[in-house]
Design a protein around this ligand. Structure first.
Ligand code: MRU
Length: 346
């Protein structure tokens, strides 16, 4: 994710078009940004945080000639609209609130505030890259030579500003000469695993085998999976993890078969204010994603549908959580800590 060359837009890869075509898109207005996040043109918890922060900058250009007070009000309204696009991944409110803090701290002209916001958004993006690299380093010891790894959804480069979260230790393991084979859950209903993770891994030359979600348990039973690693959208203080729907089923199966279940996420995914997974709001998405995903009718036209985008995996099923700060093992109690980049931010 980057600024367009003139700095007037946020340039994203349109993930809705993958794997068929690689298309970049410039987001120039508030509507562009909100629509891209809601429709999953840009998706993945860290990526929507970064897109939200950068989106505030490009959308706020429209009122930079207002008075400072009016400008601040309109930046706030813009930020709140972006914050409301998706409710589950905490990275989005985390990034938006940081941008609002930045705007509030500058007592200067709208042009000066806008420039400070651009620097802050760029820092949020660059820090996300660094956090991915640190997750890779900390998680490397979890991926032995010859590992056969199961992953769910897409927690790779496409979902972040860097090399990914769950896929980061895999990329580093392969770069270090280890042989790794990845089984990729297709990830119903929007197929982020088969469309995005298999595309990403194949491009990187990493052996990836797509399976339908209902095949994972039998592969585990057959002894063909050594470990599972997934990303996260929100991690509660007690270590409960909200992630793409289906993650809970993977964790239950892994637990039953004695297979390690790892979660990888940056500091921006930890929600210290939420005591446990029951308090996490789960996004409900449109029935048509299930009834006619990608245009083909696959259920009765008027079938009732339940379509939560995420589920919660209890901490008791998670072997370890890898973050940019290290490998955390149970019992989990994630107390607020200084952000790893606090010095740079202050
Ligand atoms: O609905 P999505 O595609 O945004 O959901 C994304 C996921 O659940 C990912 O697995 C999660 O965000 C981790 S991203 C590094």
């Amino acid at each position: 994710m980057d600024w367009s060359p003139d700095g007037d837009a946020v340039r994203i890869i349109d993930q809705r078009r993958l794997p068929e075509v690689f298309v970049e898109r410039d987001l120039c207005t508030l509507d562009d940004v909100c629509d891209a996040i809601r429709t999953l043109a840009v998706r993945g918890a860290p990526a929507i945080g970064v897109a939200g922060a950068m989106g505030i900058v490009v959308a706020s250009r429209a009122f930079v000639d207002d008075t400072p007070d009016r400008f601040r009000e309109r930046v706030r309204a813009t930020a709140m609209a972006i914050r409301a696009t998706r409710p589950t991944a905490v990275n989005l409110p985390w990034a938006v609130d940081r941008m609002l803090g930045c705007a509030a701290s500058i007592d200067d002209s709208p042009h000066a505030i806008l420039e400070a916001l651009r620097r802050e958004a760029t820092a949020i993006r660059d820090e996300d890259r660094t956090m991915c690299d640190r997750i890779a380093t900390h998680g490397l010891s979890l991926i032995p030579d010859g590992a056969r790894v199961l992953t769910h959804c897409n927690a790779g480069a496409l979902a972040t500003a860097g090399i990914g979260t769950a896929l980061a230790p895999i990329y580093l393991a392969v770069a270090s000469g280890r042989r790794v084979e990845v089984f990729v859950d297709e990830t119903r209903p929007l197929l982020q695993g088969s469309r995005l993770t298999s595309w990403e891994l194949t491009r990187a030359g990493i052996p990836a085998t797509v399976i339908a979600d209902n095949m994972a348990a039998s592969l585990m039973r057959a002894g063909r999976i050594d470990l599972c690693i997934v990303g996260a959208d929100r991690i509660a203080r007690n270590g409960d993890v909200a992630n793409k729907v289906g993650t809970y089923g993977v964790a239950v199966s892994a637990h039953h078969h004695g297979i390690p279940m790892y979660v990888a996420a940056p500091t921006s995914t930890f929600d210290y204010a939420t005591p446990n997974g029951d308090a996490i709001e789960i996004e409900q998405r449109s029935a048509d994603e299930v009834r006619r995903g990608f245009g083909v009718l696959t259920a009765a036209q008027d079938a009732r549908v339940h379509n939560p985008a995420f589920d919660v995996t209890p901490a008791a099923l998670i072997t370890a959580i890898v973050s940019d700060r290290g490998v955390h093992r149970p019992p989990y109690d994630f107390a607020p800590t200084a952000h790893p980049f606090a010095a740079a931010v202050a």
